[in-house]
Design a protein around this ligand. Structure first.
Ligand SMILES: [Zn+2]
Length: 435
C-alpha cells in the first residue's frame, strides 16, 4: 500500500491538542473538506489568537504576556486572530455539533489550553422569537437574546468567564473587580470556581442581590462612597498594591471577547445571517464593542454576508453620556454628572471605551437614545406579560427604545431586530409593586 487513503486518515484517532492543532495542515487532505475537519475539530479546542492591537493607533503587542490597556495610548487593546488561516482550515459548519456554551467558538476565543477554561456553562443562551410583542408592534422578525439565563443571571458571565480564564492561563493568582453590581457577582462566582481570591468594589447603593451573591461566593465585598468610577479607582490601587489583576471593563483585552460570543451566537442562531438591528442597553458598552468585533470577524472569515447590524445604544435619561456625544457628533463622551437611574448597569457616567461605542454606532448606521426609568419598569411588565420573559430594567429599556424608533420610522416592519436582555429580572423584583 502507498500513502494512506483519505478515509483511512480520517479514521485515525486524534492523539492530543497539539496534533489536532497541526493536523489539518499536515495531513495532506484538502483542508476545506468539511467532513474531515468536522470529525477532527468538532471536539477540539484551540485558539487562533495571534496578537493584541491598540484600538487607537494600531500598534501591536504579543498576546503571550499579561496585558491591560495599550502602553502606547492607554486605550483598549483588541485580541486579533489569524483569520486567514482559520478561514483556510475551518468552515462554519464545524460549529454545529459542539458544546452548548460560549466556548464552542474556541478558535475565536483567547484561551490556548482548554484546561485553563473556567466555566459555569456561560453563553449558548436562546434567541427567542417574540411573536406576541411582534404582533403588537407590527414586526415580523423580532427577537430577544435572553442573557438572563447565564450563570449569575446576566451577560457579565461571558466577559468574566473569558477574562478570568485567560488571566489564569497567564499566571494571575487573584482579582479585583470594580462593578456597578452584576459584574461583581460574576467575578465572585468565577473566582470561586477557579479557586482564586476576588475583591469586589461596588457603590454602596448597588443592588442587594449583587452584594449578597458576592458574599455567597466568598469574595471580599468593599462598598465605596460614590459611583462605579470611584470604585474603579480604588480597585486599581488595591490591585497594584496586592499583586492582583484588575478586571475593570475594557481595561484588559478579554472581557470583550466573551461578550463577542453574543454576536457569534446571534449570527449562528439566525442561520449564519446577521440581524438588521441590535438594540443594546449601554453602560460600559463592552457588548456593543464585542459584538461588532465578532460580526466583523465573521465577515472576514466569509461565514456571513452583508453588513453588520445597526447598533442602537439605549441609555437612561439620568445617565446618557453616549447619547449626548452621539447627538453632538463627538467622538468621545463627557462624563455624565450626577448619574442616577434604577438600571444599575446603565449607571456608568464615563465609559472608558466611549470612542469605540460611538464608532460602532456610527459605522453601522445605528443611533443612541435615552429612556425614562418608569418606562423601563413598565416594559418589564410588558415583556413578562406578553412573552413570559422576566427581564432586568436594562433589558426592558431596549423595548422602550424600539417603540420610539418604530414611531420615528428609524426601524421598519420587515427588519430583523434583536433586543438584548442583558440579565434576569429576578435580581430586580423590588421594582415590581402590587405583591
Ligand atoms: Zn496606541
Amino acid at each position: 500500500m502507498g500513502a494512506p487513503t483519505a478515509m483511512a486518515k480520517m479514521n485515525q484517532p486524534c492523539t492530543g491538542v497539539k496534533e489536532r492543532f497541526t493536523y489539518p495542515r499536515n495531513c495532506g487532505m484538502i483542508v476545506s473538506s468539511t467532513l474531515h475537519l468536522h470529525r477532527e475539530v468538532a471536539t477540539a479546542m484551540f485558539s487562533y489568537l495571534d496578537h493584541l492591537e491598540c484600538t487607537r493607533c494600531g500598534k501591536t503587542y504579543p498576546h503571550t504576556q499579561l496585558s491591560k490597556t495599550s502602553p502606547c495610548c492607554n486605550k483598549v487593546l483588541f485580541a486579533r486572530y489569524d483569520l486567514p488561516r482559520l478561514r483556510r482550515e475551518l468552515g462554519r459548519d464545524a460549529f454545529n455539533d459542539r458544546r452548548g456554551d460560549m466556548w464552542r467558538f474556541s478558535e475565536l476565543m483567547p484561551v490556548a489550553d482548554p484546561d485553563n477554561i473556567v466555566t459555569l456553562g456561560e453563553g449558548g443562551t436562546p434567541l427567542l422569537p417574540v411573536p406576541n410583542l411582534g404582533r403588537i408592534l407590527g414586526l415580523k422578525n423580532l427577537y430577544v437574546k435572553e442573557e438572563g439565563l447565564n450563570p449569575t443571571g446576566t451577560f457579565k458571565a461571558r466577559g468574566i468567564g473569558a477574562a478570568v480564564s485567560k488571566a489564569l492561563e497567564l499566571g494571575v493568582t487573584g482579582f479585583t473587580m470594580p462593578s456597578a453590581g452584576n459584574a461583581a457577582g460574576a467575578a465572585a462566582a468565577y473566582g470561586a470556581r477557579a479557586g482564586t481570591p476576588v475583591k469586589v468594589f461596588m457603590p454602596q447603593d448597588a443592588p442587594a442581590a449583587n452584594k449578597k451573591e458576592s458574599i455567597l461566593a466568598g469574595a471580599e465585598l468593599n462598598l465605596v462612597q460614590g459611583l462605579i468610577s470611584d470604585a474603579g479607582r480604588i480597585s486599581v490601587t488595591v490591585a497594584a498594591e496586592q499583586n492582583l489583576f484588575d478586571l475593570a471593563t475594557l481595561k484588559e483585552p478579554y472581557r470583550a471577547e466573551g461578550k463577542k460570543t453574543m454576536g457569534l451566537e446571534i449570527a449562528q442562531q439566525l442561520g449564519w445571517k446577521m440581524p438588521d438591528a441590535i438594540i443594546y442597553p449601554t453602560g460600559g458598552g463592552t457588548g456593543i464593542i464585542g459584538m461588532y468585533k465578532g460580526f466583523q470577524e465573521l465577515l472576514e472569515l466569509g461565514w456571513v454576508e452583508g453588513r453588520p447590524p445597526k447598533f442602537i445604544a439605549v441609555q437612561a435619561v439620568g445617565c446618557q453620556p453616549i447619547v449626548k456625544a452621539f447627538n453632538e457628533g463627538k467622538d468621545t463622551a463627557e462624563p455624565w454628572q450626577n448619574a442616577e437611574t434604577i438600571a444599575d448597569g446603565l449607571r456608568v457616567p464615563g465609559p472608558f471605551a466611549d470612542y469605540l461605542i460611538l464608532k460602532a454606532i456610527r459605522e453601522t448606521g445605528g443611533t443612541a437614545l435615552a429612556v425614562e426609568d418608569a418606562k423601563m419598569v413598565a416594559a418589564m411588565h410588558e415583556l413578562a406579560s406578553a412573552e413570559g420573559i422576566i427581564a432586568c430594567p436594562e433589558g426592558a429599556a431596549t423595548l422602550v427604545g424600539l417603540k420610539r424608533l418604530l414611531a420615528q420610522d428609524f426601524l421598519g416592519p420587515d427588519e430583523t431586530i434583536v433586543l438584548l436582555n442583558t440579565g434576569s429580572g429576578y435580581k430586580y423584583l423590588e421594582l415590581i409593586e402590587g405583591a
